[in-house]
Design a protein around this ligand. Structure first.
Ligand SMILES: Nc1ncnc2c1ncn2[C@@H]1O[C@H](COP(=O)(O)OP(=O)(O)OP(=O)(O)O)[C@@H](O)[C@H]1O
Ligand SMILES: [Mg+2]
Length: 221
């Protein structure tokens, strides 16, 4: 599956003295192809998460369109887009989003459970094992450290072997060993044909990318 963004931009409205429109993303074109790993780097506030959230269909662009092969994700209804995302896209969000009422194992199974499907036990066990979460499988998110929570998000995004992986600072709170484990998992997914785009501030993580985009003040340089 190929992700193509054409002329996507984002204006936010906020109260300011001069103007109340703030352009977080100027019109941007981008393509991520099968098997490709792309990294987006840049200072805080440069628009990286805005770009990633638009690619993921989580945030509507002010202008432009995003297609996954022939599917225009913003031409879909919200429900259609949610189903599409669940089926094709693994998102690792910048902020932690574990459901508090579910334990680690149940959180990882969520992309299957949400639609009444059964998650293969071997797949969860494989991810719990690789990400060092096996002993925490029955623990609830409130009891996890930041890095453990991050690893939970990675497992949940990968569990369905999505065609496209969009990861916002996937190694943000991980130590060196876990950074390598997480990046190896993303590289392995790309090796199996997934498109991977991730945001990072970490040179070690960026070294896994085939292509590095640098963002500054809402533009890719
Ligand atoms: N909902 C919003 N309303 C108004 N402004 C916003 C909103 N969300 C983001 N912004 C602004 O848009 C700019 C880009 O934000 P974005 O989250 O994309 O940055 P980022 O590059 O991901 O930064 P970081 O590295 O800190 O995560 C920032 O200046 C931010 O303050
Ligand atoms: Mg961000």
């Amino acid at each position: 599956m190929r992700v193509i963004a054409q002329g996507i931009s984002k204006d936010y409205f906020r109260q300011r003295r001069d103007s109340n429109v703030f352009t977080a993303l100027f019109p941007t074109d981008m393509t991520v192809s099968e098997g490709e790993i792309a990294a987006v780097m840049g200072r805080s506030g440069s628009g990286k998460s805005t770009l990633l959230n638009i690619l993921a269909g989580l945030l509507s662009p002010t202008a432009g369109k995003v297609t996954y092969d022939d599917a225009d994700i913003f031409a879909m209804s919200d429900d259609e887009r949610s189903v599409f995302r669940n089926k094709h896209i693994g998102v690792i969000p910048q902020v932690h989003t574990g459901l508090h009422s579910l334990n680690v194992r149940q959180n990882i199974m969520l992309p299957y459970d949400m639609y009444g499907e059964k998650c293969p036990d071997e797949r969860i066990d494989e991810l719990l094992e690789k990400l060092g979460l096996m002993t925490l499988a029955d623990v609830y998110p409130d009891e996890l450290s930041g890095g453990e929570m991050r690893r939970l998000s990675i497992a949940r995004a990968l569990v369905r072997r999505p065609d496209v992986i969009l990861a916002d600072e996937p190694t943000g709170d991980l130590d060196g060993d876990n950074t390598r484990i997480a990046m190896e998992l993303l590289a392995q997914a790309a090796g199996n044909g997934a498109c991977v785009l991730f945001v990072t501030h970490d040179d070690e993580a960026a070294a896994y990318a085939h292509k590095v985009y640098r963002m500054s003040q809402g533009r890719i340089e």
